[in-house]
Design a protein around this ligand. Structure first.
Ligand SMILES: *Cc1c(COP(=O)(O)O)cnc(C)c1O
Length: 416
């Protein structure tokens, strides 16, 4: 036992020395935009609750009702007795909202990626993934046993060249491309329209994770693929229910055959207890609000008004989404800036390796419809004070041209 404890302690000391040790901190949400931490009330610029739906009365009521009707837990895996009316209603709502023939829900985005990717490809197949893909896509890709290739972030020129030379030698290999619509730590978007054209040219399949796109971009928050008119050409669309949708869980949507296939082959779906009915019911309610109500429309409008305001107040922060990365480079500089902001009453996390590359540490500001204009203004002035003068947003790859023009013209933000 003591050798084991020594091992753990020495590894933790190493992390501490490198400014990489993480700690859990208790948060008590007070409102959608304010939390209590260490006895202090802070403006929360750290959550992924982009529309403030997590504490929306309608989502909370839907969760309560589901508990009253069918209990706190789902009692079994989906393929046994765990498929409750709430799961079916959720999946029908997702498919309708995303305008796909079918959808399948998972207990988390991590589980969705870990189940779906190895179901779709395996040894002998090839996966190409964007350098900045989320850990769950990387882990799913590794678990699949397929050959892994990484392309530079959003660099479709490189991807195209490599796919072409690969295809010359491997005409029939199965190829799966993994990317995100909005990247979780950079807040920038994938040039999906061009990517769809490339994958079609080389007979590859495309898997797009819309964790930070759904509920943020496109008409009624349907996501970037829908906004760009390419959703119907993407084999696998994934999204999460615990971010802008304010609940918990995730979905994969696409064809009816995809749903049937994953329900038979995705191990994280098969061998795991179904999500509790409360979270499925809450997620469905979020979709109904977004899709069908004036309030949903207004929430999206408010989020994009806050975005525009933040960019005006802090022009060095640029983003097409609700995520604004502010690079500090050194891990310790990010930690210091984050602590200073806390002194001023703002919760803005420092993001460090291994979440981002070493030396690419940053502050990650996330905006929400629930922030007041005054809070956004106050954060921007605190940032101006706290930031080292060298801070900037991550530089973009050259392939961005056409897409960034669309962004500048507001074409992606139906509510901008
Ligand atoms: C958060 C996130 C996930 C994981 O979703 P969870 O439901 O939190 O497990 C997957 N992909 C991306 C890009 C994410 O940001």
């Amino acid at each position: 036992m003591s050798a084991f404890e020594d091992f753990l302690t020495s590894r933790l000391t190493e992390l501490e020395a490198a400014s990489l040790r993480r700690r859990l901190q208790l948060s008590r949400p007070l409102t959608a935009a304010r939390i209590l931490r260490n006895g202090r009330t802070l403006h929360n610029f750290s959550s992924n609750d982009y529309l403030g739906l997590a504490s929306h009365p309608r989502l909370m009521a839907a969760a309560h009702e589901a508990i009253a009707r069918h209990g706190a837990g789902s009692t079994a895996a989906r393929l046994l007795t765990g498929t409750l009316p709430e799961h079916i209603e959720l999946e029908e709502a997702i498919a309708r909202f995303k305008r796909t023939p079918a959808a399948l829900s998972f207990s988390s985005g991590y589980a969705a990626a870990l189940g779906a990717i190895p179901a779709l490809v395996g040894p002998g197949d090839v996966i190409w993934l964007d350098k900045l893909c989320h850990a769950c896509l990387i882990d799913g890709a590794r678990l699949s046993g397929a050959t892994l290739r990484v392309f530079p972030h959003n660099d479709l020129g490189v991807l195209e060249n490599r796919l072409r030379s690969f295809r010359d030698k491997n005409a029939h290999a199965r190829v799966l491309i993994l990317t995100e619509s909005v990247f979780s730590m950079d807040g920038d978007a994938s040039p999906l329209r061009e990517l769809v054209e490339i994958k079609e040219r080389f007979g590859a399949w495309l898997f797009v994770d819309e964790a930070h796109g759904v509920g943020v971009l496109g008409e009624r928050g349907r996501g970037l693929a829908d906004a760009l008119g390419v959703a119907g050409r993407i084999e696998v669309q994934m999204g999460t229910l615990g971010k802008a949708l304010g609940a918990s869980g995730a979905y994969i949507c696409g064809s009816e055959a995809l749903r049937e296939f994953l329900m038979n082959r995705a191990r994280s779906f098969i061998f795991s207890t179904a999500p509790p009915p409360a979270s499925a019911a809450a997620a469905k309610e979020a979709i109904v609000i977004l899709e069908q109500t004036q309030e949903g429309h207004e929430l999206l409008g408010r989020l994009h008004a806050r975005r525009a305001q933040f960019v005006r107040a802090l022009p060095q922060s640029q983003s097409v989404s609700a995520i604004f990365p502010i690079l500090t480079g050194a891990e310790s500089a990010a930690m210091h800036a984050s602590e200073m902001l806390q002194q001023y009453g703002f919760l803005v996390p420092a993001i460090r390796y291994p979440t981002v590359a070493r030396g690419a540490a940053r502050l990650r500001v996330t905006l929400s419809a629930s922030h007041s204009p005054e809070a956004v203004e106050a954060l921007a002035s605190a940032l101006r004070e706290v930031l080292p003068s060298t801070s900037s947003t991550p530089t973009r790859d050259a392939t961005w041209g056409a897409e960034s023009k669309a962004v500048a013209s507001g074409a992606w933000h139906a509510h901008a």
